[in-house]
Design a protein around this ligand. Structure first.
Ligand SMILES: *Cc1c(COP(=O)(O)O)cnc(C)c1O
Length: 375
């Protein structure tokens, strides 16, 4: 059996190596390392794929979130609603910009922001909501957008884990994750569903004025060459990375299918085991399984992880400490937030290997290993 990895980038690369190598060589020969042709081509192709009006490539997913918030012209102390059960970047950029993260609990089934709890967290200083489509499952965007519209606040989707996934509205309309809020953000970190071979990110919007502002912020606040209207930053997608992403974007739907097949196999393998809750799939969400995350009921998680490691099965805890409990937010009153679902999930979740190259014998071994620990 091929050794099992959380994400097998090597075997994925092997299948596209000739195209990727040629694309990288083209960039080297062009020497257009910054904002070369592939950057704009990729932005256009992603725009079409997502069904959005503007895609602004940038250096990574954290920058995408930061630039999105900077483009809104907020004041220090303005409040941003976000889940605590997420990768730290989501909340970190809020604090870095001297805005106030207001943590709202997640739905224990979807792992995403509990939209029913958002309204009571809104104050006169609330300026934006940053939902996270965690593990590849969509946040319930239709009611969330309705609440935001009612209060005149922005929605910035953190779509780093759910690119290619879709959300279905009550009237049957289907939209891609990241294309529903005022701004969408993603990351092309190598292990993400659409990963490049280094750092990369992008910001999406359907709003022309916001697009201009986002482009300006990402490029030193520049409105015309050497005229700088606002304080911005320098955040660009590398030409080499864009060239690689142009090869991988047409494969994204296939990659998602491969991930969903792994999830289906796990679901079948773990069906009817009371100590294990397999991931929920809300009817509105086409889940893209960035992670396959179990909730353990009355099982010693550390012991399971240790046992799996002995069987050469990697498993990870995403995330062992939620944002509001991190030292980073001690001065923001982090620990004062009462988030029982988040705190409970933090102790119960474990993510199993999931990627585009998983074999049946690897899957059988993982499922059998988990089961043999429980029985
Ligand atoms: C990966 C990730 C980010 C950050 O992306 P980087 O490209 O690593 O900066 C932000 N939010 C979430 C939910 C992520 O998973």
């Amino acid at each position: 059996m091929v050794p099992i990895q959380m994400v097998d980038l090597k075997r994925q690369y092997a299948k596209i190596k000739p195209q990727v190598d040629a694309a990288i060589l083209d960039v080297l020969e062009s020497t257009a390392f910054i904002n070369g042709g592939p950057v704009q081509s990729f932005a256009q192709e992603l725009q079409q794929y997502l069904g959005v009006k503007h895609v602004i490539p940038c250096a990574n997913g954290t920058d995408a979130l930061q630039i999105a918030l900077m483009a809104l012209g907020l004041q220090p102390g303005d409040e941003i609603i976000t889940p605590s059960f997420t990768f730290i970047a989501t909340a970190e950029v809020i604090a870095m910009l001297q805005l106030k993260p207001v943590f709202v609990d997640v739905n224990p089934q979807t792992f995403c922001l509990d939209v029913a709890q958002v309204e009571k967290a809104i104050t006169s200083r609330t300026k934006a909501i940053v939902p996270v489509h965690l593990y590849g499952h969509s946040t319930d965007m239709e009611p969330l957008m309705a609440i935001a519209a009612q209060h005149g606040i922005y929605v910035i989707e953190d779509n780093a884990q759910a690119i290619g996934g879709t959300y279905t509205y009550k009237d049957g309309t289907v939209k891609k994750n990241g294309a529903m809020g005022h701004i969408g953000c993603t990351s092309f970190f190598p292990s993400k569903n659409l990963g490049c071979y280094g750092d990369g990110g992008a910001i999406f919007t359907n709003d022309d004025a916001l697009a201009n502002q986002l482009k300006m912020v990402a490029n030193h606040g520049q409105s015309a060459r050497y005229y700088h209207d606002v304080v911005g930053c320098n955040s660009r997608l590398d030409t080499v990375q864009a060239a690689i992403l142009r090869i991988k974007l047409p494969l994204l739907d296939e990659y998602i299918k491969a991930r969903r097949a792994v999830a289906d196999a796990y679901d079948a393998g773990f069906a009817g085991i009371p100590q294990i809750t397999t991931p929920y799939r809300a009817p509105y969400s086409y889940h893209v399984f960035h992670q396959y995350t179990l909730q353990l009921n009355g099982i010693d998680r550390n012991a399971l992880q240790q046992y799996l490691q002995e069987k050469q099965v990697p498993a990870m805890i995403y995330y062992p400490v939620p944002a509001h409990q991190q030292k980073m937010f001690a001065n923001f009153g982090g620990a004062a937030f009462h988030l029982p679902n988040t705190d409970a999930l933090t102790t119960k979740v474990i993510s199993l290997p999931i990627h585009t190259e998983m074999d049946r014998d690897q899957l059988d071994h993982i499922i059998a290993s988990v089961k043999s620990f429980i029985k």
